[in-house]
Each structure stands twice: as structure tokens, then as C-alpha cells.
Design a binder for this molecule. Structure first.
Ligand SMILES: Nc1ccn([C@@H]2O[C@H](COP(=O)(O)OP(=O)(O)OP(=O)(O)O)[C@@H](O)[C@H]2O)c(=O)n1
Ligand SMILES: C[C@](O)(CO)[C@H](O)COP(=O)(O)O
Length: 438
């Protein structure tokens, strides 16, 4: 995939959610609320985090026009402008995907003419990511792994997770009849990404052959002879299928900092945030005996660990202070006193999330984060990207807005003597006008 090859997403949202629906629910699962917005709106926000994505085609049920319109009302204009007019789906997921693909193909032949919609059609895409509306919390890192696979020349790419549970086959009476070898088994998620002409042809061929039973697009692609490349999916990209999944999603939505959906920066109209603030944070922790340090939210194997009341993650602590600095709201110690036993051994992502919540409460957004780690060891280069990904995930930021750097202090001072690690962070945040109160 060349950087300029047009990439579109297709979101299938025409199902009825029969495995979840009960008397309590007034709508199919993709329109049920998860905090401030329905499932489908979260899904679109997550996809829109991908700056390379040109347009999103949603496939809806013929009965769901008003529900779809209400879902769109919860989204910012910048995102709505990237949506093609919705098209009506079919009786199966397979049929809905095919109808969505046909709409994207038709965009190629009727550029700019559909429904007088403001979106510049610009032709059919070169690549398409097909995604379930029912998977609202797709991390941007998964999309980035898929784009990397396209760039490596793969024409069909599946986000999937290795199966870790022992698998049983059972009879209709619920009695085990055998154990399935899980070696080499993966659970398919979405997105599933394809060279657009290849998946369109495959779906057309399956329909022409009267084959209607494909539960996902990569099984159809395999049938059509495409080789499917697996990339690592994410536990967070789970599908809402049952009521238990819905309750899990409601809890997850509550943990996402208010006003900071997953693509907060990618979709932001920054002109609405004229108050630009840059603040710094600094933290130091000493080494003590151990076998790994926690840095930037990940465990880095090392001959020592960092001593501290919490997990002693200097990187997340420095970032937390930088964000608190930008909103002039004291420092991490004031919010999370080391004297409070509650924070003993605490994972530091919660400190950072608290600072992000305070920023969001003022209507603000993070524009950029930059950290410098000062230590002789461990080596930061090999874990830099994992650290960036974890920070981006915690802060709901695109990866391109998170920077991690490292330096030694030339064997000078306490870091040079390998007595501990220091981290310096800079946060650039943007706020709406009028946030001057102390
Ligand atoms: N005719 C269909 C069936 C499913 N889907 C979409 O495909 C995704 C994955 O399907 P699934 O979880 O099975 O959704 P439902 O079919 O709605 O659920 P159920 O099988 O419980 O009825 C969902 O986003 C769903 O809206 C669709 O667009 N058209
Ligand atoms: C596409 C899919 O979400 C991949 O896991 C899945 O196949 C949808 O099928 P379901 O059986 O209807 O959940």
C-alpha cells in the first residue's frame, strides 16, 4: 500500500442483535447507549482515529434510519464529514458487507453525486477495512498493524488473537465429546482489511455461487483463493454479542476519560481550542533489588527495579505532572499522597488517567506528549515503540502524538552511577477559551 492509496472503512451495522436483545432493550445493540453515546458512535470514533482513513461507509438496517441519525448527533462535525451516506444492509452479515462494498464501488463511478452529500467521493478505495459496528473499542494500534501489513504487500489482513483456552467439543446435551487441539488456532476479530477490488470480486463471486454462510470476510476471501495475513488484534476489540458483553462495554466506556474518545486528537477541530498550554513534569526513582522496571506503563526486564510507593513508573509520573501543570492543578503528590496506603503498589496509569479526566473536565484535549528518559540502563530503544503505544492507549491519542526519547548522562550524577532513573515530560494541551479560573 502506498501512502497515497485511498483507504476507506466499511462498518456493518444492519444486524438485529438477537443474542443480546431482551425486553429491557429498545434498540438493536449497536444503538444501545454506552455512557454519552451509542455503541455505533464509539465504533466510528475509534476508526476515525486513523488519519489515513478517507471515508467511512456505514451499512444500516432499513428500519434504523432515525436511530442512525441520533447516533450521528453525538459525533463531532469533523467526523460526520468523513461519513458516506448510509446504505441498507441485507439479511446476513455477508449480504450487508457486499451491499456496502457495492456502495463504495458505486462511489467510484458516481463521484460526488450521491444524495448531494458534502463528502468528495473521489472514487472507489484501493483498500478497505471492514469492521463490525458491535466492536466499539478498537485500538488505533490494531489499524496501524493492518496498514503495515498492506504496506508489506498483503492483500487480505485479519486482526486476530491466539486462542488461550482449552477448547471442547460437546454434544447437544452439553456433554464433552472431545478436546480440540488449540495449537495454531486464532480467534478472528475485525477489522478485516483487503485490497478493495479483490474483496469486491470475492463477495460478488460468493453471491453468484449462492454461498451465503460466511460469518466473516476472511473466510470468504480464503474461499476465493486469497492468502490471509494475520496481525495481532486486541482484547479491547471484543464484540458485543451477549448482555455480559454490553455490561463490560458500559464499564469500559465509563473508564475512558470524559470527552476523550479514542481519536480525540485526530478528529479535533483545533480552532475551537485556542488556549494552547505547554507544561513540564519531572520525576526520579531510585533502583532497588528486582528484575524489571515499569516504564511508560510497560514492564522492562532489568537487573533492578525502581523503588516507590506506587509502581514507581517515572515516565507516567512525569507525564501526569506535565498535564496537571498545564491546567495549573498542583502536582501528582497533592492528588495521590505517598502517605495514603491506597496507592501502595498502584499502577500509575490511573494517575495519568486522573489528570486527563481533570483536563477533560475543563473541556481540554492533549495535543502532544514528549518524554525524555535519563538512564544508563535498561536500553530504551528496543522498548520505545511499545512504550509509545501504551501511553497512546492510556491517553486515547494517535501514536503520532506521543514521543519517547532517551539519553544517558555520560556516567555523571546519580543516573550516571546507575542509582536510579529520571524522566522529563512535556505536555502540550489545548483548551477552549475562558478556562482561566484557578
Ligand atoms: N444482517 C446483518 C447481520 C449482522 N450485521 C452486523 O455484523 C456485525 C457482527 O454481527 P453480530 O454480532 O452477529 O450482530 P447481529 O447479527 O446483530 O447479532 P445476532 O447474531 O445476535 O443477531 C454487527 O455489527 C452487525 O450489526 C449486519 O450488518 N447485517
Ligand atoms: C466477523 C466476526 O465478528 C469475526 O469474529 C464474526 O465472525 C461475526 O460472526 P457472529 O457469529 O455473527 O458473531
Amino acid at each position: 500500500m502506498s501512502p497515497s492509496a485511498p483507504l476507506d472503512a466499511l462498518v456493518v451495522a444492519a444486524g438485529r442483535g438477537t443474542r443480546l436483545q431482551s425486553a429491557e432493550d429498545t434498540a438493536p445493540k449497536q444503538y444501545l447507549p454506552l455512557g454519552p453515546r451509542p455503541v455505533l458512535a464509539w465504533t466510528l470514533l475509534a476508526l476515525a482515529a486513523c488519519a489515513e482513513l478517507r471515508r467511512i461507509q456505514v451499512v444500516i438496517h432499513a428500519d434504523d434510519g432515525p436511530l442512525y441519525a441520533a447516533a450521528l448527533d453525538t459525533l463531532p462535525p469533523a467526523l460526520r464529514a468523513r461519513l458516506a451516506p448510509p446504505v441498507t444492509g441485507g439479511d446476513t452479515r455477508q449480504a450487508s458487507v457486499r451491499l456496502g462494498l457495492e456502495a463504495l464501488a458505486a462511489a467510484g463511478s458516481a463521484a460526488g453525486a450521491r444524495d448531494g452529500h458534502q463528502l468528495e467521493d473521489g472514487g472507489a478505495p484501493a483498500f478497505v477495512l471492514i469492521h463490525d459496528a458491535a466492536r466499539p473499542f478498537l485500538p488505533l494500534a490494531v489499524i496501524e498493524r493492518m496498514l503495515a501489513a498492506f504496506a508489506d504487500g498483503h492483500e487480505a489482513v485479519l486482526a486476530a488473537l491466539p486462542v488461550h483456552d482449552t477448547l471442547k467439543r460437546a454434544n447437544s446435551g452439553g456433554v464433552a465429546t472431545g478436546t480440540v487441539d488449540r495449537q495454531g488456532l486464532w480467534a478472528a476479530q475485525t477489522p478485516q482489511g483487503f485490497a478493495f477490488p479483490r474483496i469486491l470480486a470475492a463477495h460478488r463471486a460468493a453471491a453468484a455461487a449462492g454461498l451465503t454462510g460466511f460469518t466473516d470476510d476472511t473466510s470468504l476471501a480464503e474461499w476465493a483463493g486469497l492468502s490471509v495475513k494475520l496481525v495481532e488484534g486486541a482484547a479491547d476489540a471484543y464484540k458485543i454479542t451477549t448482555r455480559a458483553d454490553l455490561l463490560r462495554a458500559r464499564a469500559d466506556a465509563a473508564r475512558v476519560p470524559a470527552g476523550l474518545p479514542q481519536d480525540a486528537s485526530a478528529m479535533t477541530d483545533w480552532s475551537a481550542y485556542p488556549d494552547i498550554r505547554v507544561a513540564t513534569g519531572y520525576d526520579v526513582h531510585a533502583f532497588e533489588p528486582g528484575d524489571a522496571v515499569i516504564l511508560g506503563g510497560i514492564a522492562v526486564p532489568h537487573e533492578r527495579k525502581l523503588a516507590g510507593h506506587s509502581d514507581a513508573d517515572v515516565v507516567l509520573h512525569a507525564l501526569t505532572d506535565a498535564i496537571l501543570g498545564a491546567i495549573a492543578d498542583r502536582d501528582i503528590g497533592a492528588h495521590f499522597p505517598p502517605s495514603d496506603p491506597k496507592w501502595k503498589g498502584a499502577a500509575s496509569d490511573q494517575f495519568l488517567i486522573h489528570a486527563l479526566d481533570l483536563l477533560a473536565a475543563r473541556g481540554g484535549k492533549v495535543a502532544h506528549l514528549d518524554v525524555t528518559i535519563v538512564c544508563e540502563a535498561p536500553k530504551i530503544g528496543p522498548v520505545r515503540d511499545a512504550m509509545r503505544e501504551r501511553i497512546a492507549e492510556i491517553c486515547a491519542l494517535p501514536l503520532g502524538r506521543v514521543s519517547v526519547k532517551a539519553t544517558t548522562s555520560e556516567r555523571l550524577g546519580f543516573t550516571g552511577r546507575k542509582e536510579g532513573i529520571a524522566a522529563l515530560a512535556t505536555a502540550t494541551v489545548r483548551l477552549p477559551a475562558g478556562q482561566d479560573e484557578a
